[in-house]
Design a protein around this ligand. Structure first.
Ligand SMILES: Cc1cc2nc3c(=O)[nH]c(=O)nc-3n(C[C@H](O)[C@H](O)[C@H](O)COP(=O)(O)OP(=O)(O)OC[C@H]3O[C@@H](n4cnc5c(N)ncnc54)[C@H](O)[C@@H]3O)c2cc1C
Length: 579
């Protein structure tokens, strides 16, 4: 009689099993290397283009006249055409969201790669095509192995954003795409296992590890449905809570599911390390930046010195300012999360806002950090209700975050803002116009376009305009979009900039500010600036989705012939405030 030992010893290995186990181990690794490779490539492109701009900056053009076609500019024309097609043509998704062709291609390629690696080589040795024995576990393992990448895309302290220069909105799009793609793989994994029939230690009713798998998959699925854009727009704090709860359940359940197969190292531990590192850095930052509040030995006076003032600029806008915390440095255009513990509805509630003041180094002594807030329905509405001139409010800051464009080295910079988008455009405008004449980074021309509802808001620009050096070509075009009777061009600037500061000589004498009523024709303005420019041009836009789309339309048509004749190449930067 053969005993158990001799049975095992003589049992022939199942060649199908050997093959599929080997592929289940190796294919997820291929995908990880593919994604790491893409990130490395994007980082190289980013650093190479920064270096190229840095070393070739400082070239000045005395006229905008175009010359005969030059073949030496073919690479510029080709690169610009590619950028125009990839980054400026968009596909609408719903009413208020769109993605450009490049983003669309990246998302499709990512999902296609996950599916290809899950289903490639799944014909069994017996000739069964799409054999579930082959793809079901592989899809599950690929899903688990993508979790650290999903986590890395969603982090605030984002190393991928830093390396690739990709902005907050785009990285977040990848985070959401990865979550949905992983969810799809989880269902393929579950469907495959069901198709094979659950028996032995796979039976759900008897095996907690299988139940944990179902719980993890269900949590991820619910998460994907409950965090869609309309819900985020309806109640962001609800989204935060739901996100936290379901991610927590999913990770714990997945830990026990994968532990049963000794593969926690595939998904869970690396994800925990990435998440933990992000939280640790944030905690460290919050502690360091807000130490005077947290230090139990700080006097009341020193704590109050850090409190924020909230100024009501209009029923739609607030100006929040407070002393810049020691160690807090930022680049113009970066944002920070701010939390008002005595006003927030929830203790962890913090919101991102762009820092609209410049870092101290360029400010001649002013030590304030300033934010311009558009009033919505949540925290900002509570701030509006609470704001009192004589009162100050404890405020915690965490940052800086975001990846604003590096504007040094462009010949022409256009900053287009709608409403609160000025909080992004203004610090960049001040930064560019305060560069010393000797700086190679200094542009030749800066154009600021601001569409606002209320003419009174125009005076917020007065301090920034006052300091513009006379030798820099600057144009500020303000468009008041509320339904008022048009005013004449000559006196409109006086009306809008009529605070006591505008009485300084120089402001009205220089024809740099114009105020018009109605919506700006972005296409006409951009066309005019392109015709006047040479070298490199950077167009930046921040505001409502309509303005962003109008700007894309204005720069989306490829202009290879103009570039071959010496016309400017264009870079477009869109700041969507997370939209
Ligand atoms: C990088 C970045 C920079 C920003 N800079 C500015 C700025 O300088 N000035 C400005 O007025 N606004 C800015 N915003 C938008 C600002 O964060 C939201 O308008 C603000 O959080 C709304 O708060 P609320 O509770 O009053 O909004 P709600 O009335 O609750 O919601 C209004 C809108 O804001 C979104 N929102 C709410 N809370 C958050 C949050 N914590 N994170 C992201 N979006 C949220 C909602 O999805 C919704 O679409 C920025 C957003 C981002 C992502």
């Amino acid at each position: 009689m053969p005993n158990a030992f001799t049975k095992v010893a003589v049992a022939k290995p199942n060649p199908d099993k050997v093959l599929r186990v080997a592929r289940t181990l190796v294919y997820p690794q291929h995908l990880i290397w593919l994604i790491v490779g893409c990130i490395a490539l994007l980082s190289i492109v980013n650093f190479a283009s920064l270096a190229w701009r840095h070393f070739s900056r400082g070239r000045r053009y005395s006229s905008s006249t175009r010359h005969a076609i030059s073949v030496t500019r073919i690479h510029l024309a080709a690169a610009d055409t590619l950028q125009a097609l990839a980054f400026r043509w968009t596909l609408p998704i719903g009413n208020s969201f769109s993605i450009n062709f490049f983003e669309f291609a990246v998302c499709v390629a990512y999902v296609a790669a996950l599916l290809s690696w899950s289903f490639a080589d799944t014909t069994s040795l017996g000739g069964v095509k799409f054999d579930a024995h082959y793809y079901s576990n592989r899809a599950g393992r690929i899903a688990a192995s993508q979790l650290p990448i999903l986590g890395a895309f969603g982090m605030r302290n984002n190393i991928i954003a830093l390396l690739t220069g990709i902005g907050f909105d785009k990285i977040n799009l990848l985070h959401r795409t990865a979550a949905r793609a992983i969810c799809l793989l989880v269902w393929i994994h579950a469907g495959g296992r069901l198709a094979l029939g659950l028996s032995g230690d796979d039976v759900m009713a008897e095996n907690p590890w299988v139940q944990c798998g179902v719980l993890a998959g269900s949590s991820l699925t619910l998460l994907c449905f409950l965090t869609v854009r309309p819900i985020r727009n309806w109640n962001y704090e609800f989204f935060i809570v739901i996100h936290f709860i379901f991610v927590f359940i999913m990770l714990i359940a997945l830990y026990f599911h994968t532990r049963a197969r000794f593969i926690t190292y595939w998904g869970i531990w690396p994800t925990m390390v990435i998440w933990g590192t992000d939280r640790f850095i944030s905690l460290l930052r919050i502690t360091l930046l807000n130490f005077s509040y947290l230090n139990p030995f700080s006097s009341k006076e020193s704590k109050r010195a850090l409190d924020a003032s909230i100024e009501v600029l209009s029923p739609l806008f607030l100006r929040v300012s407070f002393k810049r915390p020691a160690y807090f440095r930022w680049r113009p255009g970066q944002s920070a999360f701010i939390c008002f513990p005595t006003i927030s509805a929830l203790p962890w509630e913090s919101h991102p806002f762009t820092i609209s003041s410049l870092p101290k180094a360029t400010l001649d002594g002013s030590n304030e950090i300033v934010f311009l807030l558009r009033v919505h329905r949540g925290l900002t509405a509570r701030l509006l209700k609470e704001a009192k001139v004589e009162k100050t409010y404890p405020v915690f800051i965490n940052g800086p975050y975001s990846n604003p464009p590096v504007l040094g080295g462009y010949n022409t910079v256009m900053l287009i803002a709608g409403g609160s988008g000025i909080s992004f455009a203004l610090p960049l405008f001040e930064y560019l116009t305060s560069m010393p004449q000797s700086s190679k980074d200094r542009p030749q021309r800066v154009v600021l376009i601001w569409a606002i509802r209320d003419a009174d808001h125009a005076q917020w620009l007065a301090p920034a305009i006052r300091n513009i050096p006379g030798d820099l070509s600057v144009s500020v075009k303000i468009f008041v979009t509320s339904d008022k009777t048009a005013v004449s061009a000559e006196n409109s600037a006086d009306v809008s900039l009529s605070d006591e500061k505008t009485e300084e000589p120089g402001l009205h004498d220089r024809p740099l500010v114009s105020v018009d009523y109605g919506r700006p024709s972005i296409t006409a303005i951009v066309k005019n600036e392109v015709e006047k420019s040479r070298g490199r041009m950077c167009v930046n836009v921040c505001g409502p989705s309509g303005l962003i789309e109008a700007t894309r339309v204005a720069v989306r048509k490829p202009r290879p012939m103009d570039i071959l004749r010496g016309g400017p190449t264009i870079t477009l930067h869109v700041e969507g405030f997370g939209g």
